[in-house]
Design a protein around this ligand. Structure first.
Ligand SMILES: Cc1ncc(COP(=O)(O)O)c(C=O)c1O
Length: 410
């Protein structure tokens, strides 16, 4: 096999494809000399609101701020206080990026970690149920690697217990659900980020919709919450030079909004390409001993989803869609690091997301743990993510599959 070099994320090919549109957008910015908020931000917020079918979109400077501001707005609305109190508990997954739990602590609340489903890597609704007590105020599900959480059960649990939901959609822009019963098309159903009280989006360059720097947004249908977030993103000012709250400098830059406007038109096309690449991986890697493939390929029926213990949760009537921000496989813990080394030396930039779960980090020593986190710990020892960017060529996908097959035979 001739050696190839395949980066995990390849934005150069995407740029070559989008060059004209992005060039036009940047020229507009240069001509207007508006760099903070302004016309491009308003236009992007409108376009995103149309795409997501969400009433309000607030552009921000990162996905991390999108979670923090969503939570602070919930505290302000529900408690009439700027921050949650320490006894207020928010339930989330420890198998995610640091920002998710960091945001809970920044909002004043206590983090409660519960285990994941071993097949989907997403938070297990039954574990959420078991973690709820009189101090629980909300749930923060993360649609990890691009796969939608089981929102049907999560919404039901939230309703029964009067809890808010803030969705972390950083890795799953554009995903939704496919209904098996009613044959609805994906676009007829709610997109992720519009199911909970707020959806927090990241437009970090490697995300499915990525800017050329840091950027993020919140979607919500709640006018009061939207107004609070608009105030918080601009230093808590209700009028110029008069602040009601302790806020942030979290405005979305005009130039990032302009780039996002150019890219938003193609996001579904790119997501479909990611799904096709995932299908090729599935076909090429199935039936290899000790390699578990990510579940929920939309075109596979019946899907391999959520077969683990449902407890008091029911089997959802729709299939969570996967838009593959990362194609993450799980291998036996004792071979994972060797496999990473082998692939890296073959020029394939595979990585492990995430090798250390959040509950093991010093920063989260104040977090509570509900039940055990066995599936999280097993996942962090066995996961391995493969390149899945939309411009990956067939021969590159074949090269990756072939290398994994060679290694599996050893
Ligand atoms: C799951 C998750 N949540 C939150 C974030 C934070 O987003 P940002 O980097 O835009 O602040 C990320 C970014 O990597 C993420 O992957």
């Amino acid at each position: 096999m001739k050696k190839l070099t395949i980066p995990l994320v390849d934005l150069k090919r995407e740029y070559a494809f989008l060059k004209k549109g992005i060039g036009r957008q940047i020229k507009d910015c240069l001509a207007s000399q508006h760099w903070i908020l302004g016309e491009k931000v308003t236009q992007f917020e409108k376009e995103l609101s149309k795409y997501l079918k969400s009433k309000y979109i607030i552009g921000l400077n990162s996905g991390t701020d999108a979670i923090i501001l969503s939570l602070r707005a919930q505290a302000m609305k529900l408690k009439g206080k700027e921050y949650f109190d320490k006894e207020d508990e928010i339930i989330t997954t420890p198998f995610t990026f640091i920002a998710t739990a960091e945001a809970i602590i920044r909002s004043g609340a206590t983090v409660v970690f519960v285990d994941i489903d071993p097949e989907t890597f997403n938070i297990n609704p039954q574990c959420i149920r078991e973690a709820i007590n009189k101090n629980t105020v909300g749930i923060l599900p993360v649609h990890l690697f691009g796969l939608a959480c089981d929102m049907e059960n999560i919404v039901e649990i939230a309703k029964e217990n009067d809890l808010f939901i803030v969705e972390d959609v950083a890795q799953a822009f554009g995903a939704g659900y496919v209904s098996e019963d009613r044959g609805q098309k994906i676009e007829d159903r709610k997109k992720l980020g519009t199911i909970g009280n707020c959806g927090a989006f990241s437009f970090f360059p490697s995300k499915n919709l990525g800017s050329y720097g840091d950027a993020g947004a919140i979607s919500t249908d709640d006018r009061k919450v939207a107004e609070l977030i608009v105030t918080l993103r601009n230093h808590g000012q209700t009028h110029q030079y008069d602040a009601n709250y302790i806020g942030y400098n979290s405005r979305l830059d005009s130039i990032q909004a302009a780039i996002l406007l150019a890219k938003l038109k193609y996001v579904d096309k790119f997501n479909n390409l990611r799904i096709k690449i995932a299908q090729k991986y599935h076909d090429g890697l199935k039936n290899i001993k000790n390699i578990y493939l990510p579940s929920a390929i939309p075109s596979t029926r019946p899907s391999a989803r959520l077969r683990t213990s449902f407890g008091r949760c029911h089997m959802p009537s729709s299939t969570p869609q996967h838009v593959y921000n990362l194609y993450t496989i799980k291998v036996a813990a004792n071979i994972r690091d060797g496999m990473l080394k082998f692939l890296n030396s073959a020029g394939i930039q595979a990585r492990s997301y995430y090798p250390l779960p959040l509950h093991k980090m010093e920063a989260f020593k104040t977090a509570k743990i509900s039940g055990n986190l066995i599936n999280t710990e097993e996942a962090s020892r066995g996961v391995l993510s493969l390149p899945v960017n939309p411009f990956l060529k067939n021969r590159e996908i074949d090269y990756i599959i072939e290398n994994i097959r060679v290694l599996a035979k050893k």
